[in-house]
Design a binder for this molecule. Structure first.
Ligand SMILES: Nc1ncnc2c1ncn2[C@@H]1O[C@H](COP(=O)(O)OP(=O)(O)OP(=O)(O)O)[C@@H](O)[C@H]1O
Ligand SMILES: [Mg+2]
Length: 311
């Protein structure tokens, strides 16, 4: 089956020689909820803007449901609703309602149907009262709501949301989470960028971490955590251990000031055997603490090569 989004060896060098993308290849499968994470300047928006038709890649391509985002722009664009990180909403002559109806028209949706959809979206996103307002009369969070409504108006199978929860209030953030989850359950593919790693950990089935214009890791949050920062066990004994017990080599053991540290899980029978053996050698087990890394720890580890960022 075709991928929903396929970035194929995408390069982008902006004028001024900024190499924003250095050969990004990434497939987002249909129905996936994928998080695209990376530090500021990693290249997330650049890759999304190629799909939006705002950035022309230096080389490589992006397919959207099989359509080339550059060569088959209209066909590719109809497949996807994009909520950009920064959108200049046309505020000169259209009010909020008209912006949505106009956007729907761009995708061939007749005015009557477009108005029905716009009504529903404006109510859902708490913009009904502002339907006749000009964009300049909206607050920052309200503009973000309008951008989301605009991305949804043509009911596309793929949604790309570039930091949709940045700068929105808590209630709306929860609503966006629920809505994204429901849309994904209903079969829509979602590509989300966010700097809130807890949000990504909770929502995304798969995460792609971008660093300096290239992919450094992909996997489910659980896979990334267990592969890159496995569980750590801290075992405290009385008396303190003076040497590492035998048979634990595969758990990369080391002795800390007051505990024995192992990379492993309590559910591993070999770890349990080691504990039993300690007891048999007259050590009292005072505590066993299982430390599980968070996605944030993994993210920081994978993107920490640039030590000059925050000295
Ligand atoms: N129009 C542009 N002209 C020149 N350089 C640009 C342009 N847009 C982005 N860049 C540069 O490309 C790199 C990637 O930027 P991009 O906006 O894709 O990052 P990002 O991952 O979306 O970051 P953020 O988390 O801050 O949104 C940065 O070094 C940025 O300065
Ligand atoms: Mg960005």
């Amino acid at each position: 089956m075709e991928c929903a989004i396929s970035f194929q060896n995408l390069h982008k060098t902006y004028a001024g020689h900024v190499e924003a993308l250095k050969g990004l290849s990434l497939d987002v499968q249909r129905g996936e909820f994928m998080g695209l994470l990376g530090l500021n300047g990693a290249g997330k928006t650049t890759s999304i803007n190629v799909i939006a038709g705002l950035v022309r890649p230096t080389s490589g391509s992006v397919l959207v449901n099989g359509f080339d985002a550059i060569k088959q722009y209209r066909l590719a664009h109809a497949q996807v609703g994009i909520a950009p990180q920064e959108e200049v909403l046309d505020s000169s002559f259209l009010n909020v309602m008209q912006i949505l109806v106009y956007q729907a028209g761009y995708f061939g949706i007749a005015p009557r149907e477009a108005t029905k959809r716009a009504d529903a979206l404006l109510q859902e996103f708490g913009l009904w009262e502002k339907r006749k307002s000009n964009v300049v009369e909206l607050s920052g969070g309200m503009k973000r709501r309008l951008i989301l409504a605009k991305a949804l108006i043509h009911d596309p199978p793929i949604l790309i949301l570039d930091e949709p929860t940045a700068g929105v209030d808590v209630a709306l953030r929860h609503h966006i989470w629920e809505r994204m989850t429901a849309l994904n359950k209903a079969g829509k593919t979602i590509l989300l960028t966010t700097h809130y790693l807890e949000e990504a950990e909770q929502l995304c089935k798969r995460i792609a971490i971008l660093h300096n214009g290239g992919l450094v890791a992909t996997g489910s949050p659980h896979e990334l955590i267990t592969k890159i920062l496995p569980d750590q066990l801290e075992i405290r004994t009385d008396p303190l251990l003076k040497a590492i017990p035998e048979g634990l080599d595969k758990f990369s053991p080391h002795l800390d000031e007051d505990c024995l540290c192992l990379q492993g899980s309590l559910s591993d029978p070999q770890v349990m055997n080691a504990l039993v053996s300690l007891v048999q050698h007259s050590y009292k087990i005072i505590s066993v603490e299982q430390k599980r890394a968070r996605l944030e720890d993994v993210f920081l580890q994978l993107t920490s090569t640039d030590k000059t960022r925050y000295p």
